[in-house]
Design a protein around this ligand. Sequence first.
Ligand SMILES: Nc1nc2c(ncn2[C@@H]2O[C@H](COP(=O)(O)OP(=O)(O)OP(=O)(O)O)[C@@H](O)[C@H]2O)c(=O)[nH]1
Ligand SMILES: [Mg+2]
Length: 223
Amino acid sequence: MEEIRLIEVKEEIHADNKAKADALRKRLMANKTFLLNLMSSPGAGKTTVILRTIEALRNDLHMSVIEADIDSMVDAEKIAKTGITAVQLRTGGFCHLDASMVERGLEGLDLGSLDLVIIENVGNLVCPAEFDTGAIRNAMILSVPEGDDKPLKYPLMFTVCDVLLINKIDYLQLSDFDVRAVRERVMRLNPGIKIFEVSSKTGQGIGDWAQWLKKEVDEFRSG
Ligand SMILES: Nc1nc2c(ncn2[C@@H]2O[C@H](COP(=O)(O)OP(=O)(O)OP(=O)(O)O)[C@@H](O)[C@H]2O)c(=O)[nH]1
Ligand SMILES: [Mg+2]
């Protein structure tokens, strides 16, 4: 297992964040490193999706993962077991990441040698949507057991994301979750959003998601 760096991070002043995020994006562009910010409520499947994405893309892309949690290293340990470098940010109570916390996470990584860095943001559908992390793309997961009303209750999260993964579709038969209603609700908020239906348990739909992500990374790196 790879050794995991643990970094304690603290919140900075909100007004600074946008400028910091823009500066970070410039640095990522100069290094041709694609930063993906993955958000969802706790337990929707962020770590499992990241593990599946590593499996699908590890032969094509050099990647690392930044894990953020209020406490604990369990997710970073799961990533490190794959041999992919994981950095654990401990937010000490904060419910989201901002650009300077992400910058701290990138400190230990050699950006020049990385095509893709995935951030697993703190599990929460509210605060992470309010903070620009400097990412090139924002992604979110809504899982079937959470219910199909979430775009109505947490519209900002669905508005700031470029891509939505509807995860745990293996539960659909046991649930009243209406995929078509979710698609309509999300498209009303964010007509440009890309939506994938996946199960990171069975692997269904993961290929399409990984292919989309690979294309985004390739276009960014050649742009
Ligand atoms: N049935 C089913 N279970 C899933 C799927 N994806 C994840 N899980 C399970 O859901 C639970 C939570 O998954 P995680 O990947 O840890 O979720 P997370 O969003 O990273 O959770 P936090 O880091 O705590 O916010 C685990 O028991 C997973 O095995 C799926 O597609 N189908
Ligand atoms: Mg996790």
